[in-house]
Design a protein around this ligand. Structure first.
Ligand SMILES: [Zn+2]
Length: 321
């Protein structure tokens, strides 16, 4: 099925930042891009994901997803307790709000596993709270196991072997060694290395170090899904074959030239679903904002240029109950 043509940015004119107030072209360009991104998000979110009956994928914001099938839930990279930019800059400990788990996943959720692609704070802060609430295992890197250990839940951590299959309820997980985009001016990965903090009180944003990065291949209901939490990957490791749904983290792709074309060429997805373009310093109770310099509308153009038959859709972010 071919999607109707999308005109990113259509209808975005007429919302110009007044010259008198802004005074600089840069601000005007930012505002226009934001308007284009809002239009692109609204248009893409109207397109239904082609999923088999009974399978649901919900976007939790940033790189977080909630997959449901046959009453079982898989949670990927949950980030519910949003730290402000000030909290992170001042290196305050980031403390999860456990009430957000039920507000975001539903009190009746039966979470069979949490899967984590890397342990930066915007992927990992709320993992211990989800594990604690549901008593489920969390799959990921040795840094994730260390984080769970700090919360007294070492026994819930599964430090994964690359490419091995793990069964969790109706979900089969495979962890593919991957990479993180070099957000620091294209030169380095922020907070790189292992998470080695020795006390929860020291878990500032910077202490949530990246750890090993994985793409997560999920099979459920005869459907294959690939989750890529950051805009970079390791081509030689990505041997899973074509997938149905590509959950594409697009933050940082400005520092990963060729990322979109290269990974789409390998994964050959039926549908591309961009994620990690929302402003993760904004509380989930607020309206979604857009991350600086992500440019969702341009991503739509980039995907469209690869193949006119490639479907692209978006998910409206889950709002807390
Ligand atoms: Zn990251």
């Amino acid at each position: 099925m071919t999607s109707p043509p999308l005109a990113p940015g259509a209808g975005a004119t007429g919302r110009e930042w007044p010259d008198r107030l802004a005074g600089v072209g840069k601000a005007r360009r930012w505002w226009r891009t934001r308007g284009h991104d809002l239009d692109a998000q609204a248009e893409l979110a109207r397109r239904p994901l082609p999923l088999p009956a009974g399978l649901e994928i919900e976007w939790l914001g940033t790189a977080g997803y909630h997959l449901r099938y046959q009453g079982a839930s898989l949670v990927v990279d949950p980030y519910f307790t949003r730290a402000s930019l000030g909290d992170v800059a001042r290196r305050r400990p980031l403390v999860a709000d456990p009430t957000m788990v039920d507000r975001m996943l539903g009190a009746d959720a039966d979470v069979v596993a949490v899967a984590v692609g890397h342990t930066h704070f915007d992927h990992a802060v709320d993992v211990p709270a989800v594990v604690g609430r549901h008593g489920c295992p969390a799959y990921g890197s040795s840094s994730l196991a260390h984080l769970l250990g700090l919360h007294g839940m070492s026994g819930r951590a599964v430090t994964v072997e690359p490419h091995r299959r793990y069964e969790a309820g109706p979900f089969t997980l495979r962890f593919v060694p991957s990479a993180h985009s070099k957000l620091l001016a294209g030169l380095a990965v922020p907070a790189d290395g292992e998470l080695t903090c020795d006390h929860v009180d020291g878990l500032s944003g910077a202490a949530y170090r990246c750890g090993q990065v994985f793409g997560i291949h999920i099979t459920v209901a005869d459907t294959t899904i690939y989750h890529q939490g950051s805009a970079a990957f390791v081509e030689d490791e990505l041997t899973t074959g074509p997938v149905d749904v590509f959950l594409a983290g697009i933050a940082g792709r400005a520092w990963s030239p060729g990322y979109v074309g290269d990974i789409v060429r390998i994964l050959r997805p039926s549908v591309v679903v961009p994620g990690h373009y929302d402003d993760f310093f904004r509380p989930l109770d607020d309206e979604m904002g857009f991350s600086f310099n992500v440019n969702l509308a341009a991503f739509v153009d980039e995907v469209g240029a690869l193949s006119p038959d490639l479907e692209i859709a978006a998910l409206a972010p889950r709002r807390p109950a």
